[in-house]
Ligand binder design. Structure first.
Ligand code: PEP
Ligand code: MN
Length: 355
């Protein structure tokens, strides 16, 4: 049965899939048909205009691909979404009955572009998904949400697609999950979909990223799929076939936010109280640690010694790594934790030494 875009918007998890780019009519229609056949996809996606980082890459088929999406919708009964970056693209997409628009990461960074899109949306009733900006800046992301909402768009959603950084990492775009969590905390009324494709940049870790997103209570997934992934005109390395997508969605452990069980809630409450208790103790101890750092600051001040002593800092870290290993604490965590504690100590000493 055909679902309206309003029904799909409320569906959890909401699954969006389709090629990175619309390439040919056959490719769009065959991808759409095979996706619909999995029975696990709620909306079709395809890039029509592709903002590429470097010129010379495939920059999208353009408005000529819009009737293909319209046809894909007709054949499958699934709503469709495309990326828009200019007022003209909004107008063209709406002419061809695109159901949901999305704003890409390279557009979200630019308030002029977002405003241009927002102005074109005035008086239009179409849901809009807004990808995080390519740089880890929540204010820019929130700014884009505000511009679109101010234009009168009632249904705004977020897509977490990770953040770019210089140099090769495990991910094409670092997920920086804490930023997605903070964005959700600050905008609890907005749905948030995760984009494992653009985070991963490759097929072998798609499932892990998708599972993590579901574990963090994201509302859905947008995953790129292609009938012949290796031959895709853009983002070939991260695309999977519609059948593989169906299989992958079957492997994800879908979690719910809560259940109606007294036993579960009682057990959780008990453990959470223990955590609160330990957190209180940790804070007490950190406070004590800072008082000692201040005493050291007094001595350093009286003897005119620098705050930072690299040898001592190395010694602290080495000790912590050794101890951490025994306590099952990762080196990454120990580094972050001690960096933070050390900075706070330095700030305390700074106050003493410069008072
Ligand atoms: C895309 O979805 O194909 C795309 C270009 O994504 P992003 O804006 O996240 O780079
Ligand atoms: Mn892509």
């Amino acid at each position: 049965m055909r679902e309206t875009v309003q029904q799909v918007w409320k569906k959890r998890p909401m699954i969006i899939s389709g090629p990175c780019s619309a390439e040919t009519e056959e490719q769009v229609l065959e991808t759409a048909t095979r996706l619909a056949k999995t029975g696990k996809v709620d909306m079709l996606r395809a890039g029509i205009w592709k903002p590429r980082t470097r010129p010379g890459s495939f920059e999208g088929i353009g408005a000529k691909g819009l009737p293909w999406m319209q046809q894909a919708k007709k054949i499958t009964g699934l709503p469709v979404t495309v990326e828009v970056a200019t007022a003209k693209q909004v107008e063209d997409a709406l002419t061809f009955e695109v159901d949901v628009l999305w704003i890409g990461a390279r557009t979200t960074v630019n308030p002029f572009s977002v405003q241009d899109v927002a102005d074109a949306l005035r008086g239009v009733d179409v849901p809009v998904l807004i990808k995080n900006p390519i740089n880890p800046d929540l204010e820019l992301w929130i700014g884009a949400v505000e511009r679109v909402a101010k234009a009168g768009i009632k249904q705004v959603g977020l897509i977490h697609r990770g953040f770019s950084s210089y140099g090769n990492t495990e991910y094409r775009n670092a997920p920086m999950w804490h930023l997605a969590i903070e964005m959700k905390r600050r905008n609890p009324e907005l749905l948030m979909i995760n984009d494992p494709s653009h985070i991963s940049g490759r097929r072998d870790i798609l499932l892990d990223v998708a599972q993590k997103a579901i574990d963090l209570d994201m509302d859905g997934l947008i995953i790129e799929s292609h009938i012949d992934p290796d031959k895709a005109w853009s983002d070939a390395k991260q695309q999977i076939t519609p059948e593989r997508l169906g299989e992958m969605l079957g492997q994800i452990a879908w979690r719910k936010e809560d259940i109606n069980s007294e036993e579960y809630h009682a057990a959780l409450e008990k453990l959470r109280q223990q955590i609160n208790h330990l957190d209180d103790e940790l804070m007490q101890i950190l406070g004590q640690r800072m008082s000692i750092a201040e005493k050291i600051g007094e001595y350093k001040k009286n003897n005119n010694i620098t705050i930072l002593q690299t040898n001592r800092w190395n010694e602290i870290l080495e000790r912590a790594f050794k101890k951490g290993e025994k306590l099952n604490l990762s080196k990454e965590f120990i580094t972050k934790y001690f960096d933070a504690v050390h900075m706070e100590s330095i700030n305390h000493q700074n106050k003493i030494m410069n008072s």
